[in-house]
Write a protein that binds this ligand. Structure first.
Ligand code: AMP
Length: 287
């Protein structure tokens, strides 16, 4: 059953409500989203509710993180449906700023996180992480929660947010939440709705292939061989592969040879026009 949920559209109103709660000694958790909410978003909210007295969720489709040829105009939007889902999920407040609230005339500041954003999704999507880092910085400063939850689904983004919060001394703790998947393994994403029925049928092969890469690494296969085997399999199935990469899980630095400790397998592929990303951990098997 939906409970009542407050909606605010300005940073001033958001800040006033959060300050009131914190003054009364309530802790506040924050989840930032671009809307079109699914069970992945709801898992972040559940984690926030477990850790905080009050939970705030933002919905803002951030134009600065989309490239000129990307899907900004057709990105799914369903404000009424989203607000109902958030009320059902026990969220206390939803923040839905408009463009002019986030980027008023004269806005020129950008937050750039170097090194972590040089490649992987940063290579294929120039300026994407600059847009993400800028909007996340603004949202965290506008809300000023005790902590914010980000999904491992966007693993590079999770590390970028951790880095900027540390580097800019933003007093917010960052929590991470595991990837929520469909029964067939496909990671939930607001973009999965773009897939045709045939593409949707094929899509789980992406996760299955990343799992096979992680298993090969666990068995002592070298990083280069494991990732090119994965790429070859996906290309043979009609995927266009942007990258299959094996990286240090903290720094995203490339690894080579057989892995000797924890690693992250990350991938980005296109099925038709739709870009899918996914990732999972790998570790050497104790033999
Ligand atoms: P988005 O609305 O795509 O910007 O995502 C908002 C937040 O939800 C980000 O922290 C994402 O990493 C997270 N998220 C998106 N999809 C999933 C998923 N399948 N499982 C867990 N978290 C997710």
């Amino acid at each position: 059953m939906a409970s009542s949920i407050g909606t605010v559209r300005t940073a001033k109103d958001l800040r006033a409500q959060v300050a009131k709660w914190r003054k009364r000694g309530a802790s506040v958790g924050f989840v930032t989203t671009m809307g079109a909410l699914h069970a992945g978003h709801l898992s972040l909210i559940a984690l926030a509710r477990k850790n905080a007295d009050r939970v705030v969720v933002s919905i803002f489709v951030n134009p600065t993180q989309f490239g000129p040829r990307e899907d900004l105009s057709r990105y799914p939007r369903d404000e009424a449906g989203d607000v109902t889902k958030l009320a059902d999920a026990g969220v206390d407040l939803v923040y839905i700023p408009g463009q002019a609230e986030m980027y008023p005339p004269g806005f020129t500041t950008r937050v750039i996180v170097q090194s972590l954003t040089d490649d992987l999704c940063g290579a294929a999507r120039p300026n994407h992480f600059e847009g993400v880092a800028t909007v996340v910085t603004k949202l965290l400063l506008q809300c000023a929660p005790d902590f914010a939850v980000f999904g491992e689904k966007d693993y590079q983004q999770l590390l970028v947010v951790g880095r900027l919060v540390t580097d800019l001394d933003i007093p917010v703790r960052i929590l991470s939440a595991p990837i929520v998947r469909e029964e067939d393994g496909l990671a939930l994403s607001s973009r999965n709705g773009y897939l045709s029925p045939q593409e949707r049928k094929k899509a789980p092969l992406f996760y299955q292939t990343l799992r096979a890469v992680a298993a090969d690494l666990g068995n002592g296969e070298g990083c280069d061989v494991a990732s090119s085997t994965g790429r070859f399999k996906l290309e043979a199935e009609g995927f266009r592969v942007d990258y299959i990469a094996i990286r240090d899980p903290e720094t995203l630095e490339p690894l080579s040879g057989p892995i000797r400790g924890p690693a992250r397998v990350l991938g980005a592929v296109y099925l038709g026009k739709t870009r899918l990303i996914d990732n999972l951990p790998a570790a050497p098997k104790n033999r």
